[in-house]
Design a protein around this ligand. Structure first.
Ligand code: MOS
Length: 739
């Protein structure tokens, strides 16, 4: 995806540790500071332009139509029946490619004449175009479609015995080491438990939206995407055109949480319809369509087996999961991703099998793997601790390890025990009663729970360009995105720190595939990857500024727009002539194999359980995290607050329900699908442990976005048990399950 060769690129492959970082030697003093978001004023004043808000001349409005059967064929679409309605322009159905829209990086089928096969209820089958949104919506509701139904598989419980092994993906589908069965037989203490988590929806605030504009054979798509660079490639493939002919612009994104990693149906529909109509087309998914037809997190059934000696040392870990997806899909929720490296233990079985269902595509959502996998692992650890008569923190510390128990390589940086200890002290863990249902306040039983936090760290090939202008200001540009996470701000901070250029004079350009390619925002790799690209561009500029000053690099100081060295000082703008630019590019390398990289932490929760109603109220939570360098204390904290909130959702409220008769989603909006709201979220406290990871990247930061999620739900579940003595292993824990 990269084509450099301009002599202006500073490229680094992470084959070796990178012990020295210019972020530690910079004197601008802006890195890590809790700076307000540079895009904040634009957002709160409503002047940040989101995808659906671009004003384009001659725009036709498109409304998508979803299938009304769960499995079968389309016999006919009677477009003529609605074309005569006022304002209606056309009905486009030529996109078989819709049903094959892959979650990430996969192939899409080529467009054919009309959608024929229906794989799930709500699958997008047509787009109705009109002069107004209202006219398009009316026609979409009236569009007559004749179907031929066939038998479908909609019920996980009924088909769970037909699970098969999916292809290996980011982790192997099946991994075994030693003999878990034997270790279970031999061990002093064991647990063998099954945990259930339901399907979930990302529930991003901004619905998926695209405006497609063709100029000759080139497409510009204003669209809400986490990864525009790969999105453009994916879209080009599904349209059968060259990736060079597709430009995606995604300046502001109202959250993605995984649902905007791949292209969604509205992107393809808008592009195809705009081409056929010969005019720009806007397609915004209704909230119900986002639920019906983008992506879900799979439900999971997890069997967790743990075997330990009296000292708590694990001799075996088994984490065998069932998930679900469409018959045509290989993506599986990587339930055991964290189980691979979190705890020591010689005998291991971590498997993923999949049940093929005619339900919406399942794919990545908010910490795919750990978010639900650590419900199983970390609740089972709590149950094991109780059986051992051990404190749950002590049990985790006994099994902490600095060596990857499977790959036998060192962890790049890991402060799990420290997080557990510091967190316990800050939270007041010593006030917890080991025995459940002891502490009571009126109708409320009070309890505390703990869980480890871990999230795999990833680096993805990314690039960025930085230009210093003659007036001393700078521009940073990259096809990286800011999905509400703070990328605009942290990337400006990195450039500012290294170049000594005040943040407020740095212009950011993100979310445009015309800018240098980047991996975008996903998997918590965004800051580390794009941040390293910006770092490398600035490293090269710094070197060029030293040459322009004629001073050795190590005696050059850049601060407040001035270059200082050899007892001289010049304005940085005066050193750059007509302007100076450099491109930075980071690539993953051998460090990925030579170390196991993950962020760590610990979650603590205190809950009240009402003895009359079974209602659970989270009273307070504390998360403590070690994720390498914190680039901005405020945006990092916000990421963790959001993550912990998702943990509350997984434990208590989120439950995507399909009708087992036809797979139709029952709760397909934010009124019926419950993400935690303010009233559900009490005092959350976030702490960071200072850390640098020299194996991860030159900025020494690891992923933080999804760390706050991983383990958070388990801490709540464990606190519920401690409060009332009832173990619920079927998420979410609604009142009925406690009575
Ligand atoms: Mo994330 S679920 O990789 O956006």
């Amino acid at each position: 995806m990269f084509d450099f060769g301009d002599g202006k690129t500073n490229s680094l492959t992470m084959d070796k540790p990178h012990p020295v970082s210019l972020l530690d030697t910079g004197v601008q003093g802006v890195i890590s500071h809790p700076l307000d978001r540079v895009d904040g004023p634009l957002k709160v004043s409503g002047s940040a332009t989101y995808s659906a808000e671009y004003q384009i001349d001659g725009l036709a409005h498109g409304v998508l139509v979803g299938a009304k059967i769960g499995h079968g064929k389309i016999v006919s679409v009677d477009a003529d029946a609605v074309k005569s309605l006022p304002g209606v322009i056309d009905v486009v159905t030529d996109f078989d490619t819709f049903i094959k829209v892959p979650q990430q990086g996969g192939e899409t089928g080529a467009p054919t004449q009309g959608v024929k096969e229906i794989d799930y209820f709500g699958q997008i089958v047509a787009i109705v175009l009109a002069e107004s949104f209202e006219a398009a919506r009316e026609a979409a509701q009236l569009l007559p479609i004749t179907y031929e139904k066939s038998e479908g598989t909609y019920d996980f419980a009924a088909h769970r015995d037909e699970a098969d092994k999916p292809s290996d993906a980011m982790i192997p589908a099946h991994y075994t080491q030693g003999d878990v069965d034997q270790a279970m037989t031999d061990a002093d203490v064991t647990v063998d438990l099954t945990y259930i988590t339901p399907s979930q929806n990302s529930a991003a605030m901004e619905p998926h939206a695209s405006i497609a504009v063709w100029e000759d054979d080139a497409l510009t798509l204003y669209s809400s995407h986490q990864m525009p660079t790969s999105g453009a490639q994916q879209l080009a493939k599904s349209l059968g055109i060259s990736a060079k002919k597709v430009r995606i612009i995604a300046r502001y994104i109202g959250g993605g949480f995984g649902s905007k990693l791949g292209i969604a149906p509205e992107s393809v529909a808008a592009a195809i319809a705009a081409k056929q109509l010969g005019r720009p087309v806007k397609a915004v998914m209704a909230r119900t369509q986002v639920f019906d037809a983008t992506v879900r997190r799979s439900n999971t059934e997890q069997r967790v087996r743990l075997a330990a000696g009296r000292d708590g040392k694990l001799t075996a870990i088994g984490h065998d999961s069932l998930t679900s997806n469409l018959a045509s899909e290989e993506y599986f929720e990587p339930v055991g991703i964290g189980t691979h490296f979190l705890y020591a233990g010689e005998n291991r079985s971590i498997t993923h099998d999949m049940v093929r269902l005619n339900l919406l595509l399942s794919g990545s959502m908010r910490a795919p793997g750990e978010a639900v996998g650590m419900v199983g692992l970390e609740c089972a650890m709590d149950e094991l601790a109780e059986k051992l008569g051990m404190d749950p923190i002590a049990l985790r510390k006994v099994n902490d390890t600095q060596t990857d128990p499977e790959k036998q390589v060192p962890h790049s940086s890991r402060q799990l025990s420290r997080a557990l200890d510091d967190g316990a002290r800050l939270f007041g863990w010593d006030k917890r009663h080991a025995k459940p249902a002891i502490q009571r306040e009126g109708e409320w039983l009070i309890g505390m729970g703990v869980a480890s936090a871990t999230r795999a760290n990833m680096l993805q090939q990314s690039s960025a360009k930085v230009e210093i202008h003659p007036d001393g200001s700078a521009t940073v540009s990259s096809a990286m995105t800011d999905i509400g996470t703070g990328s605009y701000t942290i990337l400006a901070q990195i450039a500012s720190e290294i170049l000594g250029i005040p943040v407020e004079t740095i212009t950011m350009s993100l979310g445009d595939t015309n800018d240098p390619p980047a991996a975008g925002s996903g998997g918590s790799w965004g800051a580390g990857s794009a941040g390293s690209a910006v770092y490398l561009a600035c490293e090269m500029l710094r070197s060029n500024l030293a040459k322009a000053m004629d001073v050795p690099e190590d005696s050059l100081t850049l601060k407040d727009g001035m270059a200082i060295g050899d007892n001289r000082s010049r304005a940085i703008g005066d050193l750059v002539g007509k302007g100076m630019e450099a491109t930075g590019e980071i690539k993953p390398g051998k460090q990925e194999k030579e170390t196991t990289q993950a962020s760590y932490g610990a979650h603590f929760a205190e809950v009240g359980v009402n003895v009359v109603t079974g209602e659970v109220r989270v009273r307070r939570m504390l998360g403590i995290f070690a994720a390498g360098r914190v680039l901005n204390a405020k945006t990092a904290r916000s990421q963790c607050l959001g993550g912990m909130t998702f943990g509350i959702g997984t434990a208590l409220t989120e439950d995507l329900i399909h009708d087992t008769r036809d797979g139709k989603l029952v709760n397909r909006d934010l009124a019926e699908y419950h993400v935690p709201v303010n009233a559900d979220v009490p005092q959350l406290e976030v702490h960071f442990i200072d850390e640098r990871d020299i194996h991860a990247n030159p900025i020494h930061a690891k992923g933080i976005g999804e760390l706050g999620i991983a383990g958070a739900a388990a801490a709540v579940v464990n606190a519920i048990y401690n409060a009332c003595g009832v173990r619920v292993r079927d998420m979410p824990i609604t009142c009925d399950k406690l009575l």
